[in-house]
Design a binder for this molecule. Structure first.
Ligand code: ADP
Length: 266
């Protein structure tokens, strides 16, 4: 893995983190958290030091995906102030806003409240030295995104979509957001999730259940790289539900798909 820093700021925020990558989507349920988690694991498996931050304040799913739901984060005094210590899980450092705020509380937060919670979350977690920090953003485009992209020196953003027209339309909005002059975050590329289904007993077939080629076309439209396709695999869904992500499972098909995506992304 590449471990040199691509940051160009003066490192006031997260000074010891070399590369900060945000994972975004136009809408919920397209697999943004699944992609963030498995990307973090794929990079870590190459020897890099990786952190994963779940900033999806309205639907934090990483605690379930990594089997840490209900755990209480530890605090430590860092340079004279109390900070939240991420949890080590499958070789990556993890923290979720879902472990820090009450879910019922978070859903009623809007605009400025949510933004200030996320901002505080950014500055109160002690990540230490990392080669990569992957941030799982909330779906859509809004105040939280603005706050995050303005406060955190992102190396770049990855946009996740599924092949349906309705998902592509929303992904277009997310790509538009990163392109606006006041944000200007480099887009690393588009990844198409749930791209096709291959029945285990028909390994040469690909069924394009949600349509074909939409992710690639979207990437071309914005002149950004296409980072590949992740198929629909039962193991990926099951792994998310039981807290054992595909990258640490024994399913070679899903592992290979995430590995080749990670190759393109970093
Ligand atoms: P988001 O973060 O965009 O809301 P999630 O990552 O939570 O989406 O995924 C939504 C659901 O779809 C989860 O149950 C997840 O396990 C499942 N899922 C995501 N990607 C795949 C895939 N490639 N194959 C099968 N199931 C998937």
């Amino acid at each position: 893995a590449q471990t040199t820093s691509r940051r160009q700021d003066n490192k006031v925020i997260l000074p010891e983190v070399s590369n900060i990558i945000a994972v975004a989507s136009g809408k919920g349920g397209v697999g943004k958290s699944t992609i963030s988690t498995n990307l973090a694991l794929a990079i870590a498996q190459r020897g890099a030091k990786v952190g994963l931050m779940d900033a999806d304040i309205y639907g934090p799913s990483i605690p379930i995906m990594l089997g840490i739901k209900g755990e209480r984060p530890r605090m430590a005094q860092i340079k004279g102030r109390p900070m939240i210590v991420p949890m080590l899980r499958f070789g990556i450092e993890v923290m979720s806003i879902g472990l820090l705020v009450d879910e019922k509380q978070a859903v009623i937060w809007r605009g400025p409240m949510a933004s200030s919670a996320v901002r505080q979350f950014m500055t109160d977690i002690y990540w230490g030295a990392l080669d990569y920090l992957i941030i799982d953003l909330p779906p859509g485009t809004g105040d939280i995104h603005l706050t995050l992209v303005q406060q955190v020196p992102l190396t770049g953003a990855i946009v996740v979509t599924t092949p349906q027209d309705v998902a592509l339309a929303d992904a277009r909005k997310a790509l538009g957001m990163f392109n606006t002059p006041q944000i200007k975050v480099p887009v690393i590329g588009v990844v198409e999730n749930m791209a096709y289904f291959t029945p285990p007993d028909l390994p040469d077939r690909k069924y394009y259940l949600f349509g074909k080629g939409g992710g690639q076309k979207l990437a071309e439209e914005f002149g950004v790289p296409f980072l590949g396709q992740i198929p629909i695999v039962e193991n990926i869904r099951e792994g998310g539900d039981i807290g054992v992500p595909a990258m640490v499972s024994d399913d070679e098909i899903s592992r290979k798909a995430f590995e080749s995506f990670a190759d393109q992304a970093i």
